[in-house]
Design a protein around this ligand. Structure first.
Ligand code: FAD
Ligand code: NAD
Length: 467
């Protein structure tokens, strides 16, 4: 950073090397705009997803799934962590080069802080660099929430997902605090690696957005793997011992304790705005600490945009990517695109098999006044989907929620092998008004998982049980 110490003036400054920010930096740089990307750590070029989020965790899920019963848990895990580290190193290098090889883009490694609405100071050790820009994009992501539980923050057994996936020693007794996306994925993966796993979730149920039949099927799979799920658990204290921690919690008015040698804190992530100097720039935040944005992702300073987790939207890499499309449209397009355009955004929870959802649940559809038809079948009963037997994963179910009047698909929950792919086809069908009948009668490759749609959608009928 020293050679730049006189200060820089550029067209666009991006703070944070996340999905949205790097995509914008590359797009605008290739058009000849002078862009600076500031990233606080050379271990984070490419952002959360490729370094500590989606990619390493899904690679670990794959390693966990391929462990055979008689493979040594510890050795398999150590090799998996090593292999994933090589993958993230490769991707980090490619991400850096993607920007560094564009003449108009400069990557600066240091921590950024606003000093006024158009000026940012970047610090790295004793070095300081001042950058001014006409347009600024904040893409600083999010960080784990550590609940205010006596003894938790100070516990030497407590860890975050970031630290856990780089530790080569497999926990023997893993307690997971929080049964959301991260908690369930880690519980499933570490159980498969061979750890004893208990999930403590404060709400009365995990997967509480899902219909009862879908949640019950997923819970059945997780419990069948040997994971202990404790819902309605209010953790009151963590106390360290020589050989692990004792976690005290209350459930149904009774007090319980759990022993663990590792506690994964998976209680949500909050927007990363600490130390950014937003006040100095006059950039407002919401009550929940996110940067306040309008539907075009402009902040209270119209030349400053916020993309990705930091703007308080859904915390998914593909949302950060879509945020970048909205900002690009503001800067070099027609300005028409907005967050209001998002319909039928799919999600996948990477347990084994994955649970992928899109659109409305049956409960939501009824609440909205739809007359619904339901098409559903356990995977093991879908005769025309040999793919499940080929890969030896016949657990789960597919469920479609269909408007009885129009035959439009309102939503789907696919707890199935390959569902992270299947759900994108359903999302496209919903967005483009493809009916359930058309999806049922389409020609699909064989043997594939998509061909299951032929058979599952043929079961569509009005259910007699109200949720
Ligand atoms: C364990 C885990 C698994 C996940 N799995 C999935 C998944 O399977 N699919 C999915 O879609 N999503 C997943 N997510 C969520 C997804 O990773 C995030 O939603 C996404 O990466 C957010 O990207 P972003 O663009 O907001 O910024 P990020 O990628 O978080 O990048 C922000 C960057 O800003 C830098 N930064 C922060 N402050 C400063 C500063 N002051 N100065 C300079 N740089 C700064 C940070 O170092 C970081 O590199 C997962 C998250 C986690 C934690
Ligand atoms: N496959 C994916 O797309 C994927 C995977 C992992 C993470 N993510 C993203 O990362 C974000 C963070 O994941 P997350 O699972 O940490 O957040 P989350 O908000 O999905 O889940 C947090 C869970 O912790 C529970 N909780 C909160 N405080 C608690 C406490 N004191 N004791 C017990 N339980 C408590 C909450 O009730 C909730 O169920 C998610 O919003 C998600 O979008 C996505």
């Amino acid at each position: 950073m020293n050679e730049l110490s006189n200060g820089l003036n550029v067209d666009v400054l991006v703070i944070g090397f996340g999905k949205g920010g790097k995509t914008l930096a590359a797009t605008l740089g290739r058009l000849g705009r002078r862009v600076v990307m500031v990233e606080q750590s050379d271990r984070m070029y490419g952002g959360t997803c490729i370094n500590i989020g989606c990619v390493p965790t899904k690679a670990l899920v794959r390693h966990a799934e391929s462990r055979r019963r008689d493979d040594s848990s510890q050795e398999w895990y150590r090799q998996a962590v090593g292999s994933v580290e090589r993958l993230t190193t490769l991707l980090r290098g490619k991400n850096f080069l993607m920007l560094d090889t564009i003449d108009a883009v400069t990557v600066v490694t240091g921590r950024a802080r606003f000093v006024d609405p158009k000026t940012v100071e970047v610090s790295a050790g004793a070095d300081r660099l001042t950058i001014t820009a006409e347009t600024i994009v904040v893409n600083t992501g999010s960080e784990p929430v550590i609940p205010d539980i006596p003894g938790l923050a100070a516990s030497r057994y407590a860890t975050t997902s970031t630290d856990l996936i780089s530790t080569t020693e497999l926990p023997r007794r893993l307690a997971v605090l929080g049964g959301g996306y991260l908690g369930i994925e880690f519980a499933a993966m570490y159980r498969r690696f061979g750890a004893e796993v208990t999930v403590l979730e404060v709400s009365p149920r995990i997967l509480r957005r899902e219909d009862d039949d879908v949640a019950a099927a997923a819970v059945g799979i997780l419990e069948g793997e040997g994971i202990t799920l404790v819902t309605g658990a209010r953790v009151t204290e963590v106390r360290d011992g020589d050989d692990g921690a004792t976690i005290a919690y209350e459930k149904d008015g009774a007090r319980h304790t759990l022993e663990a040698d590792t506690i994964l804190v998976a209680a949500g992530r909050s927007p990363a705005t600490r130390g950014l100097g937003l006040e100095a720039a006059g950039i407002r935040t919401t009550e929940r600490g996110a940067i306040e944005v309008d539907e075009h992702l402009r902040t209270s300073q119209p030349h400053v945009f916020a993309v990705g987790d930091v703007n308080g939207g859904p915390q998914f890499t593909y949302i950060s990517l879509d945020d970048s499309r909205i900002v690009a449209d503001q800067l070099i397009g027609t300005g028409a695109r907005s967050t209001a355009d998002r319909r039928a955004v799919p999600h996948t929870l990477f347990m084994t098999p994955p649970l992928s959802t899109v659109g409305l649940t049956e409960r939501q559809a009824r609440h909205q006044g739809h007359q619904v038809k339901i098409a559903t079948k356990p995977i093991v009963e879908i005769a025309a989907m040999p793919r499940a037997r080929i890969v030896e994963e016949t657990r789960g179910l597919m469920k479609f929620v269909i408007d009885a009047g129009t035959d439009r698909i309102l939503g789907a929950a696919l707890l199935s092998v390959d569902s992270q792919e299947l759900v994108n086809t359903v999302a496209l069908a919903i967005r483009h008004g493809v009916t359930a009948g058309e999806l049922r009668d389409a020609i699909y490759t064989h043997p594939s998982s998509t061909e299951g749609f032929n058979e599952v959608l043929a079961t569509a009928s009005a259910p007699d049980v109200l949720l």
